[in-house]
Design a protein around this ligand. Structure first.
Ligand code: APR
Length: 311
């Protein structure tokens, strides 16, 4: 079987980790596309990783470029092109500048990779993935946003930390937009099959939910000159791997809803099945009234950002 071709649009902090993980997991050959001024950086990063492949015992080609011809026919496209947040900025502050970048990227991906499964990471996430979908015109099963997996990973980590148990044993999901209005679901969170609500008092759960909502901002504050990049890359690779290997994992992702959860025409975080067909299914959870209200509140934030794209 021929190796998959994976295009990385943007070769900054997240792009570099994506390339490393693709090599380590032997997911396919990766081509990292950057702006012309940073073509050398893309070539350098990918060559650096390639030179480590004999040591990792893996086979894959890695290359850098600023020419869209080189990503032609890619099976998977992962978009991180755009500015990250700096301290004091919200994800929405990035909208104008990242929207221009997204328009250019989506047009080129449409032209050169018409059959690709596309994962968008650029912030503000829910509006950027919406824009990519609108501009590319790709079917909804092939355009998905990475956010919910990362938010869920953060939530799971904080729970494991509080309980002093393995992160592997925390089963959870986080719905909603990628921002402070996101909706972690403690009622449905289990730890080794035990409801979280039986293991922790409400005030501890509330504190974990609050930290999860602000987790991206916490990292931005600590880093001082950019936003999280290791865990976003790990999250996007989970999605790409599930697609490439047809694993049909259930992952929280920003998916285009067409009536599910009573939402129509917007990308927002929900559990989906990712397999060889891309986003094969949106899973609907029966929410209680409070959870529904929180999701609708999050939708308002998403709608506001999408309205600003004027698409
Ligand atoms: N085409 C290709 N690459 C581009 C383009 C473009 N039109 N415009 C910008 N880039 C590149 C930049 O040159 C930069 O190297 O995108 C890269 C982004 O990398 P970083 O600035 O290091 O940002 P990163 O931390 O990787 O985050 C990227 O993902 O999570 C989001 O908020 C984050 O929007 C940000 C994006």
């Amino acid at each position: 079987m021929a190796r998959k071709k994976i295009a990385l649009i943007g070769g900054g902090q997240i792009g570099g980790i994506l390339a490393l993980l693709i090599a380590q997991k032997e997911l396919g050959d990766a081509v990292m596309l950057e702006i012309p001024e940073k073509e050398g950086m893309a070539k350098g990063k990918t060559l650096d990783i390639f030179e480590g492949t004999p040591l990792m015992g893996v086979d894959c080609n890695l290359s850098g470029t600023s020419d869209y011809q080189d990503i032609k026919g890619s099976d998977v496209v992962i978009v991180t092109a755009g500015l990250p947040r700096k301290p004091g900025m919200s994800r929405e502050d990035l909208l104008d500048v990242n929207l221009k970048i997204m328009k250019n990227v989506a047009e080129n991906v449409k032209k050169y990779c018409p059959d690709a499964f596309c994962i968008v990471l650029t912030n503000p996430l829910d509006a950027m993935v919406y824009s990519f979908k609108k501009i590319s015109g790709f079917p909804k099963n092939r355009v998905v946003g990475m956010a919910g997996i990362l938010d869920t990973g953060r939530y799971q980590s904080f729970i494991a930390l509080e309980l002093g148990i393995s992160t592997e044993d925390v089963a959870a999901t986080v719905l909603g937009g990628h921002g402070p209005t996101m909706v972690p679901l403690p009622r449905l969170t289990t730890v080794g099959g035990i409801p979280l609500t039986e293991l922790l008092p409400q005030d501890k759960i509330d504190a974990i939910v609050d930290r999860t909502r602000k987790a991206g901002t916490e990292i931005v504050g600590l880093l001082g000159n950019g936003s999280a990049f290791f865990s976003p890359a790990i999250s996007a690779i989970e999605m790409a791997e599930s697609y490439i290997k047809d694993k049909k994992r259930i992952l929280a992702c920003a998916a285009l809803l067409e009536g599910e959860y009573g939402i129509k025409g917007y990308y927002i975080g929900v559990p989906v099945v990712i397999g060889a067909g891309g986003v094969e299914k949106v899973l609907e959870i029966k929410l209680n009234d409070d959870e529904k209200a929180m999701l609708m509140n999050s939708l308002e934030a998403v709608k506001k950002a999408v309205a600003e794209t004027k698409l």
